[in-house]
Design a protein around this ligand. Structure first.
Ligand SMILES: [Zn+2]
Length: 134
């Protein structure tokens, strides 16, 4: 299962968005992220790095768990194809790290990452999940 968050276009972009546009690539096709939306996609794989990972926005107390989940960025074309069930498989998860005061991106092959436990409705704060925890 994947969940999706979208970084918008139109409003003035943050330094992070510009960084990802310049340095990033699509985690499925390897294409440019210079145009369109920067689609953040959460993966059901564990990240063996710190950032970015699933945050507590998408999954309850995810940041307190011992293992963090990986994510990646996809281009609009791949997101559109995936909605139709025809998208290329996601090949790379992304890590952002700092070296000599400079932020850098590192891509990790998804097939080399450990599969994560399933995310539950409760984790995602959905109405179904809230009912289950009450
Ligand atoms: Zn793509």
């Amino acid at each position: 299962m994947t969940a999706r968050a979208v970084e918008g276009q139109g409003e003035e972009e943050s330094g992070w968005q510009l960084f990802i546009r310049t340095e990033g690539k699509c985690g499925a096709c390897g294409g440019s992220l210079a145009k369109g939306f920067i689609n953040g996609v959460m993966l059901d794989k564990y990240a063996n790095w710190e950032f970015p990972a699933w945050g507590n926005v998408l999954a309850r107390d995810e940041d307190k768990r011992e293992l963090k989940r990986a994510s990646t960025f996809l281009c609009d074309a791949c997101v559109d194809l995936r909605k139709l069930g025809r998208g290329p498989p996601i090949k790379w998860a992304v890590e952002i790290y700092r070296e000599d005061e400079v932020y850098k991106l590192r891509y990790h092959p998804v097939e080399g990452l450990e599969a994560a436990d399933p995310i539950t409705e409760e984790d995602l704060h959905t109405p179904e999940g809230r009912q289950a925890s009450e």
